[in-house]
Design a protein around this ligand. Structure first.
Ligand SMILES: [Zn+2]
Length: 302
C-alpha cells in the first residue's frame, strides 16, 4: 500500500534499457520504460487515479500494446495491461472495457462489473464508447489509436463523492456529441454539475495530420453551426479537423468551464514513436489505453 502520488508524471519517457525491453517474459515490471502519461489537472484531484499507456519501442511483443484485437497476442497484451496498471497503482483484474463502435452510448459501471473485459476471453460490459461510475474499484478503460481519449472527473461536493468517466471519441463519436452524452448521464445518475467537472482532452491525431472528407466536414458543420471554424479548416477540397477543438466546443456548450479543460497538444501521428496511430502505422497497429478509477479510501492499492 502506498500513498497517492499527487505529482504529475507527464514527462517524456525515460531512457530505455535494451536488456530490459528485449525480455518480455520477465515477471518484473520494467518500470524504467513503463511511464504513463498523466494530466496535471486530474493528478491534483484526490481520490482518483488515472493515466494513459503509450507505445514503447521493444516493450513486450507489440511495443506495449494493450489491445486484444487481432493480430495482437492477447497474453502479451494482458501482461502489458498488468505492467501499465502497476505503474499507475491500479488493479488490472478490475479493468472494465467495452466494444467500441464510434457512437454515443454510455455505460454506468457498478462494482460488480469490475473485470469485464479485463483478461483475454472475458466478456466486455457491452457495446459503446463511454464508461462512467461513482463507485470505487472498477478501472474504466477505453482503447485508442488516433481517436481522442476524454477523461472526466467530477470531484464531488459535500457528502457526494467523486464521479468519473472515460470516453473514446473519433470523428463519429465527436459529431455525435459523445462527451455531451456522457456528462448528461453523469448528471442524471450521480448528480454531477457540468461546471464542476474537470476534463482532459488527451493525445489524438492532430489537425496537422487529420485530413477528412466532406462527410466529416458536413457532419461537424451541422452540429457546430457558427462554431464550426474552431475545429475545421477548409482549403480548397482539403478539410482538416481537430478532435480537440471540436470536443472543446461541445464541452463548452455542455457547461464545462474553459479553465477546467486541459488540452493535450500531442498529435499521435506526428509522435508515432510514442503513440499508436491508425493513420500513421496502419489499421493493425496496437492500441494505447486511457484508464481512470476512484480509489476506495484515498490510498492506491498495488
Ligand atoms: Zn500531426
Amino acid at each position: 500500500m502506498r500513498r497517492v502520488k499527487s505529482v504529475s508524471w507527464s514527462v517524456g519517457l525515460s531512457v530505455q534499457s535494451e536488456s530490459v525491453l528485449s525480455d518480455s517474459s520477465t515477471p518484473d515490471c520494467p518500470t524504467d520504460c513503463v511511464v504513463p502519461w498523466q494530466s496535471e489537472l486530474l493528478s491534483s484531484i484526490p481520490g482518483v487515479s488515472h493515466g494513459l499507456t503509450r507505445r514503447v519501442e521493444g516493450l513486450g511483443r507489440a511495443h506495449g500494446n494493450i489491445g486484444f484485437s487481432a493480430p495482437r497476442d492477447r497474453e502479451d497484451a494482458w501482461t502489458m495491461r498488468q505492467h501499465w496498471c502497476a505503474a499507475m497503482g491500479l488493479v488490472p483484474e478490475h479493468l472494465v472495457t467495452l466494444g467500441q463502435i464510434h457512437g454515443r452510448d454510455v455505460h454506468i459501471v457498478r462494482n460488480a462489473h469490475a473485470g469485464h473485459g479485463a483478461r483475454p476471453g472475458s466478456a466486455q460490459i457491452g457495446l459503446g464508447d463511454s464508461l462512467v461510475t461513482n463507485q470505487a474499484g472498477p478501472v474504466l478503460m477505453t482503447l485508442h489509436a488516433d481517436c481522442q481519449p476524454v477523461l472526466i472527473v467530477d470531484p464531488g461536493a459535500g457528502r457526494r463523492g467523486p464521479a468519473i468517466g472515460v470516453v473514446h471519441a473519433g470523428w463519429r463519436g465527436t459529431v455525435a456529441n459523445v462527451v455531451g452524452a456522457t456528462l448528461a448521464v453523469m448528471t442524471a445518475a450521480f448528480g454531477t454539475r457540468a461546471e464542476d467537472a474537470c476534463v482532459v482532452l488527451g493525445p489524438a491525431i492532430g489537425r496537422c495530420c487529420y485530413d477528412v472528407g466532406e462527410d466529416v466536414a458536413n457532419a461537424w458543420s451541422e452540429i457546430a453551426g457558427a462554431d464550426a471554424g474552431d475545429a475545421l479548416e477548409v482549403d480548397g477540397n482539403c478539410h482538416r479537423f481537430s478532435l480537440t477543438a471540436a470536443n472543446a466546443v461541445l464541452l463548452d456548450r455542455a457547461g464545462v468551464r474553459t479553465a477546467n479543460v486541459e488540452k493535450s497538444a500531442i498529435c499521435t501521428k506526428c509522435d508515432g514513436d510514442h503513440w499508436f496511430s491508425h493513420r500513421g502505422q496502419g489499421a493493425q497497429t496496437g492500441r494505447f489505453g486511457a484508464m481512470i478509477s476512484i480509489l476506495d479510501d484515498g490510498v492506491v492499492r498495488g
